[in-house]
Design a protein around this ligand. Sequence first.
Ligand code: SF4
Length: 67
Amino acid sequence: MPVLINFKICDNAKECNGIDICPTEALFWGEKNNTIIIENSKCISCGKCEKACLVNAINVAKTKERN
Ligand code: SF4
């Protein structure tokens, strides 16, 4: 499911809590472009990154399981 990052408030750092906590590596640091990358096909919509983000920049689309 889609993960959206609001880059207006995200500090786009390699030390992102979302990257650290993601169990499937759907969020990772792109060395080439120096940015957080989201691979939505790997995301299981667990919501951990959303909770871990200190500035509430991450939004995970809701699924039936999470409603
Ligand atoms: S919702 Fe879970 S699986 Fe998806 S990007 Fe966030 S931490 Fe990773």
